[in-house]
Write a protein that binds this ligand. Structure first.
Ligand code: NAP
Length: 334
């Protein structure tokens, strides 16, 4: 039986749907019973949090654990508490942990990746069998820029000419299915990416095509971006982390494209054009398409809409204003 943490989020919910659709026995862990309403019909759930794990007899029911939590200053501490609880339960479950590409590179000083590196070091100390998923940036991060694309026809970010191998959250979930499939996955590090490495000017061109109106990439300075993120309600911790991330992008840290999605799934990854075909309503304000990747205005908090640095806001919201992003922090959710 698989335990899925983060099961109401962007990747976890898609994973829960894939497992339920394939008839794979899985239980979702949710922090509040009310959140279980988002899960696939009939999927069992338990109520717990990473920092307040289920008791050992409950944990021992699960031989595989999908471990995901949102970015934030408390992320490493919470995942470490959970890892210790799994180790103390004594049955050595296979852990599939979501990290972020760069966590495995000691030179990557982005705090989000450093947090994952700290968790990975701790997991190594527990001796638990682990598989890592370290995706490139999610295409869904672009939804944070939707309001600005709609109102100003612009994609704002301090990303220079840096390219990103944007990956759809659906593909990260699909690779997770594979990672959870068996013993031979232990020790693997999957780096899911989309099929192409795109600068934000390339993304703006694809947005122009998808929306049938001109969209341009407008670079903003880090200082301007920070002011905007703070004004939009981000914590200083998170805003500074975003600047580190954009610096990493400018230096080419996110340009990686791998064949991990086709290797794990046997099909091509979702391309930016395909993803935009399903989500263009978010960028145009027109009714959503019927694609399985479609953006829907009624999915509420926890949907992709208005996530990003200013997470949890509605479709009309904008970050700096509406700068792309997606790395929400636990602190910012309080
Ligand atoms: N954004 C990107 O571009 C990107 C790229 C690579 C890697 N990542 C990594 O992806 C992860 C975030 O994935 P995501 O975007 O799918 O997350 P998400 O949509 O923000 O969902 C977070 C999930 O974690 C749950 N959660 C929050 N705090 C928790 C806690 N204390 N204990 C247990 N569950 C908790 C949430 O449940 P509730 O329903 O209770 O809120 C929700 O189900 C981060 O680790 C990040 O580093 C992100």
């Amino acid at each position: 039986m698989i335990l899925v943490t983060g099961a109401t989020g962007r990747v976890g919910l898609r994973l829960a749907r894939l497992l339920a659709g394939a008839g794979v026995p899985a239980t979702a862990m949710v922090r509040a019973k009310t959140r279980a309403g988002r899960l696939p019909a009939g999927m069992p759930h338990l109520v717990a949090a990473l920092e307040a794990p289920p008791p050992p007899d409950v944990l021992r029911r699960f031989d595989r654990v999908f471990l995901l939590s949102p970015t934030g200053p408390g992320q490493a501490a919470a995942e470490i508490v959970f890892a210790d609880a799994l180790a103390a339960a004594g049955h050595r479950p296979h852990v599939v942990k979501v990290a972020a590409d760069g966590f495995q590179e000691p030179c990557c000083e982005v705090r989000f990746m450093r947090g994952h590196r700290r968790i990975a070091a701790h997991l190594a100390r527990t001796g638990l069998p682990v598989t890592y998923l370290a995706p490139n940036l999610y295409m869904e991060d672009l939804l944070a820029a939707a309001a600005t694309v709609r109102s100003r026809g612009a994609l704002l970010a301090p990303a220079g000419d840096g390219a990103v191998g944007f990956v759809a959250a659906a593909d990260v979930a699909a690779v997770a299915v594979r990672a959870l499939s068996g013993e031979e996955e232990v020790g693997q590090v999957h780096l899911p990416t989309g099929p192409e490495s795109l600068g934000l000017a390339d993304v703006a061109r694809r947005l122009s095509d998808a929306c049938a109106r001109p969209v341009r990439y407008a670079e903003v300075s880090p200082a301007e971006a920070r002011r905007g993120m703070l004004a939009a309600g981000l914590s200083a911790w998170h805003a500074d982390g975003m600047l580190e991330l954009f610096d990493w992008v400018r230096r080419g840290g996110c340009a990686t494209v791998t064949d991990d999605v086709p290797q794990a799934t046997g099909r091509e990854p979702v391309s930016m054009a395909e993803w935009l075909a399903g989500t263009r309503a978010a960028f145009t304000g027109r009714p959503p398409a019927t694609s399985p990747l479609a953006w829907s205005p009624d999915t509420g908090r926890g949907s992709d809409v208005g996530r990003g640095p200013c997470g949890g806001r509605g479709p009309g919201a904008g970050g700096v204003d509406g700068m792309m992003g997606g790395w929400r922090s636990q602190g910012d959710q309080r």
